[in-house]
Design a protein around this ligand. Structure first.
Ligand code: DAK
Length: 263
């Protein structure tokens, strides 16, 4: 677990607004290409926010013209299969999947390859009208390797995922919205504000219920409906052990605003 301060990161910028933790990818000379060093900082920062009781929700963003142009092609070009296996980047990406708190992606400009996959690992996506999504790996002789074939397919269905991954074409924020991949399209100058607004709303909800809801929703992707319903029910019962369940229901009956302890 990292205890780094903002100034110790080289490829990301971090900040906090109320209960929202904000991470900005910041490697502008390489279009925020997701090098192992950048990914290490990103995962460290996400885990630090995830462990911080003062944070209720996170926002992940990039620059004005590019969210991320994918994995660093220059660093991968000469790699052997064994190099790729031994670097085991996937283990780092997998740690993002295990985060408890929700992440809202705020995307302006390119979100390509690993950039699109990173956006899809977030829980909600707000995109600027200038956003360009895509899985262009086919054009450099490979396929998506950080979940694109799975997450895009689950989000938009087989036919669209086939078309997008086999052609490698870019698609707009509007098309992403129509396919159900993202939550909202915003004017580019408002993308981050819209994402922060959504994150702030969520960050003010009782934290244990938020993390439990995220866990239950993600379960829907890797279980049967029967298994998912059972899982949901157990989590529902579990919440009756939380102070916030008592407070939330008591406050409702007393017609007052609940004071969450996030316990
Ligand atoms: N990697 C390294 N450098 C990149 C880059 C990238 N992905 N994308 C751009 N750059 C560099 C360019 O080489 C150029 O560098 P210089 O020539 O100035 O040194 C600089 O950024 C500016 O790029 P352009 O001159 O090309 O700028 P344009 O505005 O003309 O075009 C573009 C922007 C984003 C459309 C274009 O750069 C582009 O098509 N980039 C490549 C996009 C791409 O193919 N992305 C997918 C990469 S493969 C995994 C995890 C992750 C992945 C796989 C596995 N595991 C955990 C197992 C992910 C794989 C990928 O993402």
């Amino acid at each position: 677990m990292s205890t780094k301060t903002a100034t110790e990161y080289q490829f990301i910028l971090i900040s906090q607004e109320e209960r929202v933790g904000i991470i900005q990818l910041h490697r502008p000379d390489a279009l925020n290409a997701l090098s192992p060093d950048l990914m290490k900082e990103l995962v460290d920062a996400l885990e630090a926010f995830d462990a911080d009781d003062a944070i209720g929700c996170m926002v992940l963003t990039g620059g004005e013209k590019v969210f991320a142009a994918g994995a660093d092609i220059k660093k991968m070009a000469e790699a052997s299969a064994m190099d790729m296996l031994l670097v085991d980047q996937l283990a780092r990406w997998d740690r993002i999947r295990k985060l408890h708190k929700p992440i809202v992606a705020a995307i302006n400009g390119y979100a390509l390859g690993g950039g699109c996959e990173l956006a899809m690992m977030c829980d909600m996506i707000i995109a600027g009208e200038n956003a360009k999504f895509g899985q262009p790996e086919i054009n450099i002789g490979v396929i998506p390797g950080a979940g694109g074939t799975q997450r895009l397919t689950r989000a938009v269905g087989k036919a669209k995922a086939m078309e997008l991954i086999l052609t490698g074409r870019q698609f707009s924020a509007q098309e992403a919205l129509e396919m159900g991949l993202i939550n909202k399209v915003a004017p580019p100058e408002l993308t981050i504000e819209e994402a922060k607004k959504l994150a702030k709303t969520i960050s003010e909800k009782p934290a244990i219920a938020v993390r439990t809801a995220k866990e239950a929703i993600l379960k829907a992707f890797d279980t049967t409906i029967e298994g998912g319903l059972d899982y949901e029910r157990k989590l529902f019962y579990l919440l009756f052990a939380s102070a916030d369940q008592k407070e939330g229901m008591q406050a409702f009956m007393e017609k007052r605003t609940p004071a969450w302890s996030n316990r």
